[in-house]
Design a protein around this ligand. Structure first.
Ligand SMILES: NC(=O)c1ccc[n+]([C@@H]2O[C@H](COP(=O)([O-])OP(=O)(O)OC[C@H]3O[C@@H](n4cnc5c(N)ncnc54)[C@H](O)[C@@H]3O)[C@@H](O)[C@H]2O)c1
Length: 233
């Protein structure tokens, strides 16, 4: 597939690790010019900012957009999982607020501050999760945050003419986040796991003019797990 991304200006948040880092590499392999924001990471090219700190984050977005001469593509990968595996009684309001602050408010701030730099035909791809649609016990804050990302993606697509907003919603991906939450379960061959570059390819498609009519959508990539009915067959 011709992605048409060569020379395009791309901003990736959360690009120091996991899916974000795979996205940075995938866009660079297409010949795009990529700016990265993360609160962490050792690469000198990363602009350090926390997506929940509006002033610092907006300044980081502006700095990268100015250096790249505007933005064509914006990818929101910064995210946290929160207290995975914690029963409801042990989950605090502070836990919920912390997860929503990064996964929802952080994505909102990304859209808000990137928008002035995005021209007609721009594309924004946010990281949702299959947790927007299906749940495992002990993940209430995370599932709530990812449901909000799907709804916010639709709302942004309706609100902003000329720029497309979509989100990718992968099942478990082998990244430091998932390793920290699930450990060796990821190595069980019976358990379907994606690699970060699998998700990066989904992001490339939604970022590319090849997906021109796709707007306001959530790409649920879960090996068909959520498609199965309860019918006993
Ligand atoms: N790994 C999975 O199984 C999986 C599945 C579905 C969706 N996702 C989503 O994909 C995205 C990337 O996750 P990942 O698995 O690559 O995790 P990861 O922990 O490997 O990478 C997340 C990156 O986000 C950065 N980050 C976190 N909070 C930040 C903040 N406040 N400000 C700036 N940067 C911040 C981290 O420093 C890190 O570099 C997340 O939104 C996550 O919810 C992950």
């Amino acid at each position: 597939m011709e992605t048409g991304l060569a020379g395009k200006a791309v901003l990736v948040t959360g690009g120091a690790s996991g899916i974000g880092r795979a996205c940075v590499r995938a866009f660079e392999a297409e010949g795009a010019r990529v700016g990265v924001i993360d609160r962490d990471g050792t690469d000198a090219a990363i602009v350090r900012a926390d997506v929940t700190d509006e002033l610092a984050f907006a300044a980081a977005v502006d700095g990268i957009a100015r250096r790249l001469g505007g933005l064509d593509v914006v990818v929101g990968c910064a995210g946290i999982s929160g207290p995975v595996g914690t029963p409801l009684a042990g989950t605090t309001a502070a836990d919920v607020s912390a997860v929503l602050a990064v996964n929802v408010t952080g994505q909102f701030l990304l859209a808000k501050h990137a928008l002035p730099w995005l021209g007609d035909g721009g594309s924004v791809v946010l990281l949702g999760s299959d947790s927007a649609f299906v749940a495992a016990p002990g993940m209430v804050p995370y599932c709530a945050s990812k449901g909000a990302v799907v709804a916010m993606t639709r709302a942004l697509a309706v609100e902003v003419p000329g720029v497309r907003f979509n989100c990718v919603c992968p099942s478990v991906v082998d990244t430091p986040m998932a390793r920290g939450d699930l450990g060796a379960v990821l190595d069980d061959p019976a358990f379907p796991v994606q690699a970060p570059h699998d998700v990066a390819r989904q992001v490339l498609f939604l970022a590319s003019p090849a997906s021109r009519p796709v707007n306001g959508q959530a790409l649920l990539a879960d090996f068909g797990m959520s498609a199965r009915s309860a019918f006993p067959a």
